[in-house]
Design a binder for this molecule. Structure first.
Ligand code: IMP
Length: 429
């Protein structure tokens, strides 16, 4: 059984926790896109782990974890993450593979990311400044440098030369900042290559073999559907395919190998960075959700924008990902809110629209149409079974299922691994 777990909203849905939970039943966990713009939090027996690039499956013994070709990796940041894991008692060795096709982030990517954001007065994206967009630009522009290149000094030198010729031109002429020194970068990145060489390999035959052997594989997405470069709120998106298609292009398996797609969604909605967010609560309602849900970025510390559950987004996400199940997280945060709202449609230019608009200019004018639901006061954090949930919680969840057309497979009522329960079949047919 091969399962894709991805974000069904704008990221930060709690994927790390769900992946860690499902990793128990998996043999292999493969991350398929993004980079250290992601922050996946997992809490085990009260101890918090913050992951960036390494698949959340690493926290389980005996699981093979793979960083797929679809990612962009900052090697310095990866080495820091590995040191952090080891310091916290997690074994990292033969259990981790990095695809040799994975693209590498260089400091000029970070700088170009920051400069392009600071230069744009209008249309700022609100990126994480980790160089993600510029690194993917090089990948698509066919000038990117891949992990395998770090192990070949001659190739790395040639590629760096070519890249720096252009990048330094832009940096000095357009942005009026200092250029990068080739020899220094060559030395630094050759050293990273040496430190990472035991992890770098041709991962495709291994994954293919696991598929053939019918081992359970978990495909881990980062960010979320609405941040996908094709399906998200473009241009306010990240630069990769966070949707289920990315699981194929970012790892090297064909679509026929995927059996299930689980969309992780909060019981409400959050987003970081700029861009449209129709069900956003900008007043005290948003502040309350932010405070109760501790809605601040794992790695960046940025406050998240908060709002009601958006079923238009949910339906769209179900469609573009082929969702077979939902994992609803942070349900406990809604306890004590007297009246809950679900966005069931948008009103755009006087018309009620149920499909997510492709035209972002129209989306900017969308006014949410809400269904008001009764809240509940009970604390959910100790509940481990659906039948024990308050009646109003069940009604709220059923409404989400009805409006999105997707059954809920997993519920999460707190940050700990133990505060998770399954409603449907996961690893069994
Ligand atoms: P980038 O991925 O750094 O280029 O940022 C592009 C957009 O994606 C910005 O709005 C970021 O806030 C958002 N973003 C990137 N990574 C994450 C994430 O892990 N969670 C939530 N939002 C993210």
């Amino acid at each position: 059984m091969n399962i894709v777990v991805l974000g069904a909203q704008w990221g930060d849905e709690g994927k790390g926790k769900i992946i860690d939970f499902l990793a128990e039943g998996a043999g292999v966990v493969v991350r398929y896109q993004g980079g250290n713009n992601a922050g996946h939090t997992v809490v085990i027996d009260g101890k918090k782990f913050a992951l960036r690039m390494v698949p959340s499956g690493i926290l389980h013994k005996g699981k093979k974890c793979i960083i797929g070709n679809g990612l962009v990796i900052d090697p310095k940041s990866l080495l820091e993450e590995l040191a952090y894991l080891r310091k916290n008692g997690i074994k990292v060795g033969k259990n981790l593979l990095v695809s040799e096709n994975t693209h590498v982030i260089f400091p000029y990517h970070n700088l170009l990311d920051t400069l392009s954001e600071s230069k744009s007065k209008k249309g700022k994206i609100g990126t994480t400044s980790r160089g993600i967009g510029p690194a993917y630009m090089d990948k698509i522009g066919r000038t990117g440098i891949r992990m395998a290149d770090l192990l070949n000094k001659r190739v790395l030198k040639e590629k760096l030369e070519k890249n720096l010729e252009f990048k330094n031109y832009i940096l000095t002429r357009y942005y009026k900042v200092k250029p990068f020194n080739k020899s220094k970068l060559l030395r630094e990145y050759t050293a990273y290559g040496q430190k990472l060489k035991h992890f770098i390999s041709n991962t495709f035959p291994f994954i293919h073999e696991q598929v053939s052997l019918k081992k359970n594989i978990l495909f881990e997405g980062a960010q979320g559907t609405m941040l996908d470069v094709d399906f998200g709120t473009y241009p306010y998106v990240t630069s990769s395919n966070a949707t289920s298609g990315g699981a194929c292009t970012g790892t090297g398996v064909g679509p026929s190998a995927i059996n299930r797609v689980i969309g992780v969604t909060k019981a409400y909605t959050t987003r970081v960075g700029e861009g449209p967010f129709p069900s956003e609560l900008t007043g005290p309602g948003g502040d309350l959700l932010r405070k109760k849900g501790n809605e601040y970025g794992v790695n960046t510390g940025r406050p998240r924008r908060c709002g009601w559950f958006d079923a238009v987004v949910g339906r769209y996400s179900a469609m573009v990902n082929g969702l077979t199940g939902l994992a609803v997280t942070k349900l406990d945060i809604l306890s004590g809110i007297k009246e809950l709202k679900i966005c069931v449609a948008y009103r755009i230019d006087g018309k009620v629209v149920k499909d997510f608009p492709a035209d972002m200019d129209r989306l900017a004018r969308a006014v949410p149409v809400y269904k008001v639901m009764k809240g509940w006061t009970e604390d959910l954090t100790q509940i481990r079974h659906y039948s024990k949930l308050p009646q109003n919680t069940k009604i709220y969840l059923r409404e989400i299922e009805k409006l999105t057309g997707v059954k809920i497979s997993i519920l999460s009522t707190g940050p700990d691994r133990s505060q998770t329960f399954i409603l449907g079949k996961i690893w069994t047919r």
